[in-house]
Design a protein around this ligand. Sequence first.
Ligand code: ADP
Ligand code: MG
Ligand code: ZN
Length: 630
Amino acid sequence: MPSDGKKEPQENLKEKLRAFFGAQPPQKGGSGLPPRAHFSIWYFLMVLFLFSYMQQYYLSRKVETISYSQFKQYVAEGSLSDLTISPDTITGTLRGKDKKPDEEFITVRVDDPGLVTDLDAHKVGYSGHYESKFLSSVLSWVIPMGIFFLIWRFAMKKMGPGMGVMSFGKSKAKVFAESETKVSFADVAGIDEAKEELQEVVEFLSTPGKFQRLGGRIPKGVLLVGPPGTGKTLLSRAVAGEAKVPFFSISGSEFVEMFVGVGAARVRDLFAQATIQAPCIIFIDELDALGKARGANVMGGHDEQEQTLNQLLVEMDGFETNKGVIIMAATNRPEVLDPALLRPGRFDRQVVVDRPDINGREAILKIHSRNVLLAPDVDLREIAGRTPGFVGADLANIINEAALLAARKDKETVAAVDFDEAIDRVVGGLQKKGRMMNPLEKEIVAFHESGHAIVAESVEHADPVHKISVIPRGTAALGYTQQQPTEDRYLMTRSELLDRLAVLLGGRVAEELVFGEISTGAQNDLQRATDIARSMVTEYGMSDRLGLVTYQRARQSALLPAVFAPGKDYSEEKAGQIDEEVARFVEEAHQRVQQILSDHRTVLDELAALLSQKEMVTGSELRKMMGNAK
Ligand code: ADP
Ligand code: MG
Ligand code: ZN
């Protein structure tokens, strides 16, 4: 490196840099970009630019390379000065002749013992220079590392907080201060039963002393169960809003991270934060993403999800409810949850958030049209009547679609025609997803459920009907008939089982009778009926023909392939007889049900018509109808 003549070009460089940045100033937050991002990008570009500029400068600087013999000649001529003698090279200034400017030169040193004597003789100033390898080697390390550091910092900033390596285990739970949870029970409609049950939780949170006075223990966990879009998330926020307590919400799917241990750390952190803020609510949305039954994984092994779930169980056991922390969770698939989560002391309260009936739908429509200018011809009751099976989210969607359609047509208010179009749109989407029934399907379902209900009321040993509904639930059941057991049962007699078989067949027989045709809707009923008949024959020894012998079934195991499952312990001949007996039980029940329903044909028609209109009929209403018809 030249130790001389270095000042001048550096001054030059600074000036050039200044000129460059003057022309293109890297102003902080100059454009529309946020200032921080703007700054860091510029920071990075500047460093890059500096490097390339310096490199170019050094490359393009005018350094004359001369041969050693030429160098000796210049020494003799006395036209050199300020020599720097390094182990390998000699550099210095070559005085320009004929008014030409001075030049830097470099020459490769050869072994020349007489060099110093020569220089002394011609009075050329010189100095030695030891080229330290240290600096250059350090630089060759530090510079790339510095660049990597800058890139890393830049990337971290882009990813945002919570995603970096440094924030492992930091909870992402968002703390909603009381004022932020502006949702109240008034914003939730159509799910009054769930609301009533949660009213109690609100009281626990706002006046905990009242309940502990007599030594009672406040529940720890409340699990909201219901189809998507019925308002589970909304309801839990409303509880926090009503009780005026902080609301920690986190989604089960957020726990599913790629690094083992992160989820567990997050759960720990969440509970630690909540304990400080008590009384408060911890809300875990989509609990099924995190709380799937352990061991369902055939490959085995402790995976991340299992660790997280274990941590959740530990935390739930560990804290005292007296502190006023209530854990709420929501799921639409309670059947996949780990049973340990549902044990007393954990999510011991379950609140069903069901699809709204026609009154509920009207109330939800009212809530969501509060801020919408409705034309006088809009009848929300009528819209509610046309949207069976819709959940709160669907109804909110209809109102929004209608408002958008009206706005597109530059209308002043949202009219009935806009709602028609909006419903058609939403229904189209839902039909594609298989969640909507057309009118014929609805009629079939109404007769099917009426059949179940009438048979249940007619046979001697069936539980009384509680309610009959044609509001679709889930993907399998299009309607349901709910029977209320009058007492707990541990034993069932033969005639009770036969009656149960009859009730199960009621739906299908009603379809046969009315439409002369059968649908696929009865498939689940038939399966259950066959199961009962088979159990009667093979397990309970209730078949006269086969007698008091049990026949072990070839059990299917979910975990083991069929090869490993225990086989049948009876002959093929017996198997044939069993099948015949099962078929006979079912066929006898079939004939019996046909008789019952033919006798009650008028009630069947009336009940189905009432169901189509009201969607829900109570057991007492049915009994009144049957009393009239008898
Ligand atoms: P879930 O959590 O059960 O899937 P959400 O609570 O997320 O359903 O509901 C989505 C949206 O649908 C809510 O923000 C609300 O606007 C609307 N909604 C759903 N159910 C209701 C309801 N019962 N009353 C009023 N609005 C509802
Ligand atoms: Mg939700
Ligand atoms: Zn059925």
